[in-house]
Design a protein around this ligand. Structure first.
Ligand code: SF4
Length: 216
């Protein structure tokens, strides 16, 4: 297996800037109205396509309108609304537990700090960062999803496969003004050009910088 090439910092910054400019109109991809809906949608979206989540949330949020509604939900009824997502039973458990905790400890309001969010079942740094950024406008980190893991390696931004380490590597080389959209920019690049099986390096705007780690 060829050796991993870490992009030197100046080139990494250039690559990120080029991608941020190319995809400057991207935005977060889950539909929601308010922090509670985002929390629920983000939990449902783990290892599930955004379109699947966006298809089912309108009906779900018509029935379940408040944190209290979710806290008191009948698991089987909730499951009927979300059964198309992967690991639906676990996610139902986590959503109900989360909302019980939020009801009891946070007066029914979704907390807006990292540590409190991380204490909720089913909420890791990716989801916590997503909620902070998109529901509260607080940019404390970079959500690291499967696209960010894959492309950070290819582009030589991080050698790690561990989301927390990747986030730290990215925060060191990425201008803070780009943190907010970083994951969505990378995902869009993955969809349009740097595709999983056969990346289109020949038309990629960072072709002359990218070390193409792991690309055959
Ligand atoms: S498409 Fe090729 S050149 Fe562009 S980021 Fe992906 S691996 Fe690098």
């Amino acid at each position: 297996m060829p050796e991993f090439i870490l992009l030197e910092q100046k080139k990494a910054k250039t690559a990120i800037e080029i991608l941020e400019n190319k995809y400057k109109n991207v935005s977060y991809y889950l539909n929601f109205n308010g922090p509670m809906q985002l929390l629920v949608a983000a939990i449902l979206s783990a290892q599930t396509k955004d379109t699947v989540v966006n298809d089912l949330t309108p009906e779900l949020f018509r029935k379940y309108k408040t944190v209290e509604d979710f806290a008191n939900a009948d698991p089987q009824d909730l499951l009927n609304y979300v059964k198309k997502v992967s690991f639906a039973e676990n996610k139902v458990k986590n959503i109900i537990s989360c909302c019980k905790i939020i009801n009891e400890n946070y007066k029914g309001k979704i907390p807006n700090d990292m540590n409190s969010l991380l204490s909720l079942p089913g909420v890791g740094r990716k989801t916590a960062n997503t909620i902070l950024i998109n529901a509260f406008g607080i940019v404390e980190g970079i959500p690291v999803d499967t696209w960010v893991i894959k492309l950070s390696y290819r582009i030589g931004l991080s050698k790690s496969k561990k989301p927390d380490e990747i986030e730290n590597d990215l925060k060191e080389i990425t201008d803070k003004k780009y943190w907010k959209n970083f994951a969505y920019v990378i995902k869009e690049h993955g969809h349009q050009i740097c595709q999983s099986v056969k990346p289109k390096c020949e038309i990629c705007p960072i072709n002359n910088i990218c070390p193409k780690n792991g690309v055959k």
